[in-house]
Design a protein around this ligand. Structure first.
Ligand SMILES: Cc1cc2nc3c(=O)[nH]c(=O)nc-3n(C[C@H](O)[C@H](O)[C@H](O)COP(=O)(O)OP(=O)(O)OC[C@H]3O[C@@H](n4cnc5c(N)ncnc54)[C@H](O)[C@@H]3O)c2cc1C
Length: 500
């Protein structure tokens, strides 16, 4: 028994478990593998994901485990993100295995129950809960929970068992990834456009383990059987075809294949079953987005599911998860398709890359693509009012009664915050009935404008209602009375008022 079962202990499942547990939900994570694989598909986190970790007070652990640089790219055409308005205007190069280790440590600290060698193989749901069939070392058993979230990767059993369609564009290429030793490595690293050739592309750069190289190949217009075994000989052969050498490859640590198939779940929720991360969307890893999308899905879903499980909010709050996160992934699928098109071999693509390279040199284009790549530009569809509505709150410097602080520090406990920046007289009375769930913080901020990526300066609001994921759910209107508008927003996001 658990309040929420999470299938899969990848980055998405672990982040979600942390988010749920922070608000006191009893979470059980079921993971098929007996131990963490140690394999690192992803190599980094973008600014919005780093901000989310900062919002929870755990970013230092991640910064200590990686390196930062003000770089991003669009199909390996460099973007300058160094002056984006965030405290984290960089990419954090950190192996996925380290992200998983750190998130797992955090989950255990918070009291998440994690069961390994536990594969989800069946489910059935009724009006009050979900039953999950688990196959593990001890045999087969059925476990019950209020909700189940499938964070079980691109081939998600939870998605298939729920009958949720997974549609999009098929594979047009075969990519191989191997962490191998090289007797005859290239003189420097081969990363990005340097490895584009007539018959595909290759990359060679240091892997996590000293002395080991990561070799990645891409061959267009050939789609290998995804279930066929991939061996070091397969990778050797691909290197010979594309780069005319196999670099004296030997001693593989792990080898895997992936494609540019781009698919998305038709719906993210079926009753009491939800999907997040790769279970909900897959795409080519152009500009390294998948792990970031999953972590951000988890931050969006966690507090909503917690509020529903606690009985504080109605179940249809969960529909806002799909309304907000489906378009975010849809946009990323389109972006990765465009980047893949710009990566194909051939003179026409070379010419297109020249044109794009010139365009990216224009500040507005660089800013637009940088905002999308870092996912700092996301605006959830909460209405057309103040431009901050639906966007993330910038990490403002604040002076609160307790002293100087930052906006993100107010979000460490994953509780909603009504942030009063101008001493509005009606707020304290208006929030009566929600003080068990929402914190009122009165603070001063010197900034007359807030600065957002892409759109630039917006007038600083007098007060905002912040969701636990850091997005602005309500902005105090310029004219009074404001109490009824605030109460409507509090009810919509955090459930009806309670008598005290
Ligand atoms: C070459 C490559 C490079 C990439 N680079 C980047 C990058 O730089 N940045 C980035 O953001 N993303 C990158 N990605 C994408 C990233 O690796 C994925 O998007 C990310 O792993 C998704 O996380 P997840 O937790 O949703 O799924 P997964 O990481 O797939 O985790 C799913 C977990 O569920 C478990 N599981 C599966 N089935 C079951 C079951 N039935 N029951 C219980 N457990 C189950 C699995 O064992 C696994 O632990 C890259 C991908 C590739 C292939």
């Amino acid at each position: 028994m658990a309040e929420v079962i999470v299938a899969g202990a990848g980055p998405t499942g672990l982040m979600l478990a942390c988010e749920l547990r922070l608000t006191g939900v009893d979470v059980l994570v079921l993971e098929r593998l007996a131990a963490r694989s140690g394999e690192s598909r992803a190599g980094g986190l973008h600014a919005r994901s780093v901000e989310l970790l900062d919002q929870r007070g755990i970013v230092d652990r991640f910064l200590a485990a990686g390196g930062t640089g003000p770089f991003a790219h669009f199909s390996f055409l460099p973007l300058d993100i160094g002056d984006l308005p965030t405290r984290h205007p960089y990419a954090l190069a950190i192996h996925q295995s380290r992200v998983e280790r750190l998130l797992e440590e955090r989950a255990v600290e918070l009291g998440v129950r994690l069961r390994r060698s536990a594969e989800v193989t069946g489910l059935r749901q009724d009006r009050t809960g979900v039953e999950v069939r688990v196959v593990g070392a001890a045999g087969t058993e059925w476990l019950r929970a209020d909700y189940l979230v499938g964070c079980d990767g691109g081939r998600s059993a939870v998605r298939k068992l729920s009958g949720i369609g997974f549609h999009g564009s098929p594979a047009t290429l075969t990519a191989l990834l191997g962490d191998v030793r090289l007797a005859d490595p290239p003189p420097g690293l081969v990363f990005g456009a340097e490895g584009r050739r007539d018959r595909g592309s290759f990359m060679v750069f240091p892997a996590e383990q000293p002395g080991v190289h990561r070799v990645i190949t891409m061959e267009f217009d050939t789609v290998a059987d995804r279930d066929a075994p991939v061996t070091v000989e397969t990778l050797r052969q691909a290197c010979r075809t594309i780069a005319d050498t196999d670099f004296g490859m030997h001693s593989p640590q792990w080898i895997s294949s992936f494609t540019d198939a781009a698919r998305q779940a038709d719906r993210y929720r079926e009753g009491r079953v939800l999907l997040a991360g790769d279970a909900a969307h897959i795409h080519f890893p152009s500009s390294g987005q998948g792990m970031n999308l999953g972590i951000q899905d988890a931050a969006n879903l966690g507090w909503k599911l917690a509020a529903v499980v606690r009985g504080q909010a109605p179940a249809d709050l969960l529909d806002t998860y799909q309304a907000e996160r489906h378009p975010a992934a849809e946009r990323m699928l389109a972006s990765t398709r465009a980047q893949t098109a710009l990566w194909r071999p051939g003179a026409q693509t070379d010419a297109l890359r020249e044109v794009f390279g010139t365009l990216i040199g224009f500040e507005d284009v660089n800013r637009h693509l940088g905002g999308a790549c870092t996912q700092l530009d996301i605006r959830y569809p909460l209405g057309d009012g103040h431009p901050a509505l639906g966007r993330r709150l910038p990490d403002l410097d604040l002076t609160a009664p307790t002293g100087r602080t930052r906006a993100f520090e107010l979000l460490h406990a994953a509780r909603p915050v009504l942030l009063d920046l101008t001493g509005l007289p009606d707020l304290r009375a208006a929030i009566e009935g929600w003080t068990d769930r929402v914190d009122l913080v009165e603070a001063r901020c010197d900034a007359e404008h807030w600065v957002y990526p892409v759109i630039g300066e917006v007038p600083a609001p007098a007060a905002v209602l912040l969701r636990p994921d850091g997005h602005v759910a309500w902005v105090a209107p310029a004219s009074r009375p404001i109490a009824s508008a605030l109460r409507a927003a509090l009810t919509a996001w955090f459930g009806p008022a309670r008598d005290r």
